[in-house]
Structures are given as structure tokens and as C-alpha cells.
Ligand binder design. Sequence first.
Ligand code: 5RP
Length: 227
Amino acid sequence: MTQDQLKRAVAQAALNYVLPKLHSSAIIGIGTGSTANCFIDLLGEHSGSFRGAVASSDASAARLEALGVPVFDLNSLDQMVAYVDGADECNPALELIKGGGAALTREKIVAAAADEFICIADGSKWVETLGRFPLPVEVIPMARAYVARQLVKLGGRPVYREGIITDNGNVILDVHDLQISQPKMLEQQINQITGVVCNGLFALRPADVVLLGTADGVQLLRNRVAL
Ligand code: 5RP
């Protein structure tokens, strides 16, 4: 199977997983990226059977609306049955690196607010230790050089993602060469650097369920710590 076929397979598995949770007043959180787009396209066929969605990016919001799915401001809601999103890396603790599409901050907010976080990923995203994919860090523009120096002190090699402004008006540093043996600790350390808005480690709030697309089919992995 190609990577695109695996992305479609995990999106279909996610739809099968969430459909029983959707009802006329249900809100679902939707992520960003090519795998999330596969899910949006499938979800659009069921737009009448739930209330609507919260999107983690302007791009996903536009795609949902084009398919007839109402998109809500998170502030107007008090519950979300699930959040479905892709990832750039996933380890056996279902901790993730996200932010390849520069939507990490809103993704982390929607994941935090959702009852259940369902991550959909093709098998190329599976790693034993996080850090092969450069860790995205969203930074207030005027703090970029300062934050980069602090990230070097943590052992990383930050690279400015040129030409990218996030939906929140900030910039991204992609941090290479990190061996992330303690993801929760590093997530907290980076959060504490003044000028950092958010970093792409999802370890303090990992996925609850990962649907992993492999040549042998879609594997459902549950977070035994979270549940
Ligand atoms: C966007 C993300 C995406 O989930 C991540 O980059 C994976 O993208 P894709 O599904 O296109 O491989 O975190 O900020």
C-alpha cells in the first residue's frame, strides 16, 4: 500500500471509531494536515448526523465548511466528544510530535479540550524514540533569536521555518538533533522559555487512541496510562 492509501485507511478506521459517538448535539474536533484532510472528506458525508466541528486551523475550517459541516468557536462550547488528528511521529507511549503543518498550538488546545484524542497515522510515523522529525516550536516573532539560543542550550539545532506565519501570527522554529528520551520533561522545559507559545511535543496530553496504518491493516493502540 502507498502512504496515501494508508492515510485513507486510517481515516476510514477513525470514522468507524467515532460514528457511534456522534449524535445531533455532538461536536467533534478536527486536526490539520493530509491525513486529517482524508478524515474530513469522509466525515463530510455524515454532516447531518452531528452538530458540527471545531477546527485546529483555518485551512481545516474552510475544508469542513465546504462540505457542509458547521464550524464552531471553541469558546462557545463546553464539550467535544473526540478530537481526530494526524501526527509527525508517535512512540509506544502514544506521545507525539506534531506541528509539521504549523498548526500545533491550536491542535494542542483542541486536544486538551476533547474527551478523547484519536490520532491517525501511517506506519512511517512510528518511532521508538521521538526526535527524528524536527520538533516544531511556535514563537512570538520578536523572541525568535532569543528562543533559538535557549533551544541550543537544550541540545537542539533550531532552524527558522522561513515564509511561514501561523494562524496565530507567529513563527516556527524546527528543532533538529534532539534525542527525546523524556518527552514530558522536555515539553515542560521548552514551554518555560519566554517567547515560546507552544511546542509540538504532545506528551503531557498524549493520544488516547492511535489508529496506525500498516501493510497488515490498521492497528488500534490504546493508551493504557490515560484510560
Ligand atoms: C499539522 C500536524 C499534522 O498532524 C502532521 O504534520 C501530520 O501531517 P500529515 O497528516 O500531512 O502527514 O501536526 O500541524
